[in-house]
Write a protein that binds this ligand. Structure first.
Ligand SMILES: *Cc1c(COP(=O)(O)O)cnc(C)c1O
Length: 347
């Protein structure tokens, strides 16, 4: 597969903006920096941030076992996904394939970028239908979005199905691993060398507890990373975000501890949901949330709001009629959730 043939001609021809920090990358305190029209008085953020986020990437490289040359960081994974659209999808010409029920941003970004969407619904077990996906693809199908563990269903996709899609799909396969840190499955980032058309996205918004700083991760071949680097805004990850990410990544033990509590709590939540009489099905979860089917999702959703608990009603999603999505909270929050769920039994 030739990745160059998938890139939009406009992007291939682009001469990227060269920032002051791109042109001189010295980090020496002895240097006098008079090149970027900054205010020289030190306050911690008076200088432009590192456009390549080298300190953050080197910590991530150790944790994720991915070389820094195979990484791009964005202002949330939403920015990473948007860069991928703008690199590969010609407006009003190309299309993408999504596998509903799944994360809503893929189709929002497609609509923003005037890119058509082909939807191939997951099967009854919420697994991808490989043949149907490959049949839906045409010469303009540039991106295939695979969300695993999937939001809102919570399950991971069979690795054989994913590897078949990676081998046979003629465009870029984006595997969104926003929830991988809660899963025992291995990240597809370990297989970048095997699949030149693979892009893996992750985030610090979920397991790492940093949704507020907006830091999204992208792992791909050097060839793909260099294309995305051409179009990203020069200083897309701000200094406060980089500092906070470094602090959190240096304390990986804290994240690991929180993840293990969340996973214990998830199992407890599942066990408790089984005892609620209007819950008819609980879907297997590899993430920090649980999808469950109830008698009347909208009614139960509104009742919980009355009790001061906000969950997500997924009833309008394909294949998700009368389902609710519960994020795992603190032990106290989960206890309150379960008490309120049980109290609604007779209502
Ligand atoms: C939450 C989530 C993200 C995270 O997006 P950020 O922009 O990094 O916060 C990405 N993909 C999926 C499927 C998600 O559920």
């Amino acid at each position: 597969m030739n990745i160059q043939d998938l890139i939009r001609p406009t992007i291939k021809a682009l001469k990227p903006y060269s920032s002051a920090r791109d042109e001189f990358q010295g980090n020496s305190d002895a240097m006098v920096f008079l090149d970027a029209n900054e205010n020289p008085y030190e306050n911690g953020v008076n200088r432009y941030p590192d456009p390549q986020q080298r300190s953050v990437k080197s910590l991530l490289s150790e944790i994720k076992n991915v070389p820094t040359k195979n990484m791009l960081l964005g202002n949330g994974s939403d920015e990473v996904l948007d860069l991928i659209f703008r690199a590969f999808c010609e407006p009003n010409e190309d299309n993408i394939i999504t596998l509903p029920p799944t994360y809503g941003m893929y189709s929002v970004l497609a609509n923003i970028n005037a890119v058509a969407i082909k939807e191939v619904q997951l099967d009854a077990e919420f697994q991808p239908k490989v043949d149907a996906i490959l049949n839906a693809a045409d010469a303009h199908s540039k991106l295939l979005f695979i969300c695993s563990p999937n939001n809102p269903t919570g399950n991971s996709f069979a690795s054989e199905a994913i590897s078949n899609l990676l081998k046979s799909f003629k465009g870029i396969v984006v595997i969104d691993e926003a929830y991988i840190d809660f899963s025992n499955e291995e990240s597809w980032a370990s297989r970048l060398l095997e699949f030149p058309n693979l892009i893996v996205t992750q985030t610090l918004s979920k397991a790492y507890g940093l949704a507020g700083i907006r830091l999204g991760l992208c792992f791909a071949s050097e060839e793909i990373i260099s294309v995305l680097n051409r179009i990203k805004p020069p200083y897309n990850v701000n200094e406060l975000t980089q500092l906070k990410a470094i602090e959190q990544l240096q304390n990986k033990a804290l994240t690991d501890k929180q993840v293990s509590v969340i996973l214990e709590e998830r199992d407890l939540l599942v066990a408790s949901l089984k005892t609620v009489d209007y819950v008819s099905e609980i879907y297997p979860s590899d993430a920090n949330f649980v999808l469950a089917k109830v008698d009347d999702a909208t009614k139960r959703y509104n009742q919980l709001i009355e009790k001061g608990i906000v969950i997500r009603n997924r009833t309008t999603q394909p294949g998700c009629e009368n389902t609710l999505r519960f994020t795992v909270g603190t032990p106290e929050e989960n206890k309150k959730l379960i008490e309120e769920l049980k109290s609604l039994s007779t209502l």
